[in-house]
Design a protein around this ligand. Structure first.
Ligand code: DX5
Ligand code: ZN
Length: 220
């Protein structure tokens, strides 16, 4: 992938002004909407569900990248396709039959993503990497925005990049958690293609300019 992508995470948006924040993403240099769905079981937090995603999708004019932090995600693959998801990412740790899950996601016309928790080694994807469109490396423990970036992420991205190259896969690498202007360039340098950023974008004074700065750094 030549252009590196920025995906603001709506989890950090102002839910009382959701349409305004969606329009900010629409008109900014951001590439994707990153949508975090949490069930309070796989992660110790509940975010929002289908009616909110439906409202977001009604206004979003860019790719909708849904990150499912839920147990047994197969139950909802068709639902998320119907809601307008373009990329559907499930957690490796939440899938008993990952290969089957990936096929089900693709059969609904979506790109298939797999997220790895910080404790999960990238080598678990050795036998599925050619079937995966996107790997999301969690650079924080999933469940909450605004956490500190885990430095071991750089090693994991390098290892994943090596695996993708060795297998001749076309998988892209997304980083999720604690992304800021301090680590964006270094992440891209080790192989990241998509940077998710929640707090860094939405808690900033000028969100549009923050997105622009991140995009420039990622492509510098
Ligand atoms: C964490 C979520 C992230 C989160 C990132 O479980 O998957 O997408 O919104 O937020 P920041 O960028 O604030 O770490
Ligand atoms: Zn996420």
């Amino acid at each position: 992938m030549t252009s590196k992508l920025i995906a603001p995470s709506i989890l950090a948006a102002d839910f009382a002004n959701l349409q305004r924040d969606i329009e900010m993403v629409n008109t900014s240099e951001a590439d994707w909407f990153h949508i975090d769905i949490m069930d309070g079981v796989f992660v110790p937090n509940i975010s929002f569900g289908m009616p909110v995603l439906q409202a977001i999708a009604k206004h979003a004019k860019k790719t909708i990248d849904v990150h499912l932090m839920i147990v047994d995600p197969d139950r909802y693959i068709k639902t998320f396709a119907d809601l307008g998801s373009d990329v559907l990412t499930v957690h490796y740790e939440a899938c008993t039959h990952l290969h089957r899950t990936l096929q089900a996601i693709k059969s609904e016309g979506m790109k298939a993503g797999v997220a790895l928790n910080p404790h999960t080694n990238v080598n678990v994807l050795e036998d599925t990497i050619n079937d995966i469109d996107l790997v999301c490396i969690m650079s924080v423990n999933p469940g909450f925005g605004g956490q500190s970036f885990i430095e071991n992420t750089y090693n994991k991205v390098s290892q994943l990049k090596e695996l993708i190259t060795r297998k001749g896969a076309s998988t892209i690498i997304e980083i999720d958690g604690g992304v800021t202007n301090k680590n964006a360039k270094a992440l891209v340098d080790v192989g990241a293609d998509v940077l998710v950023a929640g707090s860094y974008v939405f808690k900033s004074n000028n969100q549009t300019e923050t997105v622009k700065g991140l995009k420039a750094l990622a492509n510098s």
